[in-house]
Ligand binder design. Structure first.
Ligand code: UT7
Length: 309
């Protein structure tokens, strides 16, 4: 039994916040943000709720995969900004989709959330427990950002991405996965008592590069694939300098790394499914290509997944 990707979708809020807008809000500059992070602008959800963004991305993925909501067996939603403490945002999306009675839950793994969701979806499908699984990464980080803290408020943005997975008799698209967490490193990236994101950026940077390099090598080894065989790497979009450092460590050219951070900033759990969707629609991934995805975030959590798309 294999797991196939059959559809993708995104929702990006209409409202754009540029680095020049931020210059008027905190003591920062377009030059600092661009050179330190690669971010030019990000989207901010104004009227849109996280449920709305997630539902729109889900609808597009279902349409892309010619699947109706009631055919789903499972909806997994990864977020660190749920609509409410409970019910799970996945249940609110399930209701909006009118996916009657479909098993739905949230997972909390910050920026690695989508890859955690992919790994769970793949396990359910390969175990024969589900045939059609929707994995959504959605974030309204504008609500979790302290807009007076220049060291974090320039980094994040809002958005949602969704991927529809389906069982298949053919070879699996998901060749290897590996996920990790280490709560003793919590203080590097966490939400404070008010729910605001706090980060020790410089230390986190080093951990991010090292942990993603190691886990990428691990999944490549598991699948007996050499780095140079990879067509495209879709890394979590936290900082273009992290992406470039990872490329160097893996001995791969920067051109093999998909980057859209300049448009959206860091959208945490939404970052990889948004990037995957755009890479497919731009023709940067074709059927049969080997695609490596990797992320690291709050938890700390990190992981990688190797696909043959
Ligand atoms: O999504 C989860 C994973 N996330 C990550 O892995 C993020 C990892 N960390 C990073 O991407 C980077 O560390 C940051 C982008 C967060 C920061 O970049 P940095 O090059 O590590 O800068 P820094 O924190 O070392 O700060 C350098 C200077 C400081 O000033 P002094 O002490 O040198 O005078 C900061 O106060 O830049 C200052 N600074 C700013 N200046 C203008 C910090 N934020 C800003 C800002 N505008 N927005």
């Amino acid at each position: 039994m294999g797991t196939k990707i059959v559809g993708t979708g995104v929702y990006l809020p209409k409202s754009v916040l540029t680095n020049f807008d931020l210059e008027k809000m905190v003591d920062t500059s377009d030059e600092w943000i661009m050179t330190r992070t690669g971010i030019k602008e990000r989207r901010i959800a104004k009227e849109e709720t996280i449920t709305h963004m997630a539902t729109q991305a889900a609808k597009e993925a279902l349409k892309d995969g010619s699947t109706s909501p009631e055919e789903l067996d499972l909806i997994i939603l990864a977020t660190l900004t749920p609509e409410k403490r409970f019910p799970a945002t996945a249940c609110l999306v399930q209701a909006q989709l009118e996916a009657k009675g479909v098993y739905s839950f949230d997972i909390s793994a910050a920026c690695s959330g989508f890859l955690y969701g992919l790994d769970i979806a793949d396990s359910f499908i390969k175990a024969g427990k589900a045939k059609k699984v929707l994995v959504i990464g959605a974030e309204k980080l504008s609500e979790a950002v302290d807009w007076e803290d220049r060291s974090t408020c320039v980094l994040f943005g809002d958005g949602a991405g969704a991927v529809l997975f389906e069982n298949s008799e053919d070879e699996s698209d998901v060749l290897a996965t590996k996920m990790y967490s280490e709560g003793s490193l919590e203080e590097l990236l966490y939400a404070d008592k008010c729910g605001y994101i706090r980060m020790k950026g410089r230390e986190l940077f080093k951990v991010a590069v090292r942990s993603m390099e190691e886990v990428c090598r691990e999944v490549l080894e598991k699948a007996n694939v050499k780095p140079e065989e990879i067509s495209l790497v879709i890394p979590h979009q936290a900082n273009v300098r992290i992406i470039n450092a990872l490329a160097e460590k893996l001995g791969l050219p920067k051109e093999k790394f998909y980057v859209n951070i300049h448009k959206y900033g860091n959208t945490s759990a939404a970052s990889i499914p948004i990037a995957l969707h755009e890479a497919i629609k731009e023709g940067k991934i074709k059927r049969g290509d080997l695609v490596l995805m990797t992320a690291m975030g709050g938890g700390l959590t990190w992981g990688a997944a190797l696909l043959r798309y």
